[in-house]
Unconditional design. Structure first.
Length: 81
């Protein structure tokens, strides 16, 4: 086993970015939730407000972008050395 085999594939900074991306995506899914109606015969227009149609998907996509940057980015992490 060489010296390189003991290194992790992702640095500590990348893992922190991944956790941040997961939190951002979870916030997007929380924004997406709700808007239902207790009575199935009554239509609730709250399902189609701007928070659910625009803001929540943008927050989820932002979280995915953070995940991609965390995985593909090259960070100079001095802690792991």
């Amino acid at each position: 086993m060489g010296k390189n085999s003991e290194k992790m594939a992702l640095s500590a900074k990348s893992i922190r970015f991944m956790l941040a991306g997961l939190i951002v995506m979870a916030a997007g899914f929380l924004l997406l939730s709700g808007g239902g109606s207790k009575d199935p015969q009554v239509f609730n227009y709250a399902m189609f407000d701007a928070r659910r149609l625009v803001a929540a998907p943008l927050v989820i996509v932002a979280g995915i972008v953070v995940e991609i940057v965390a995985i593909m980015g090259k960070f100079n992490d001095k802690e792991g050395e």
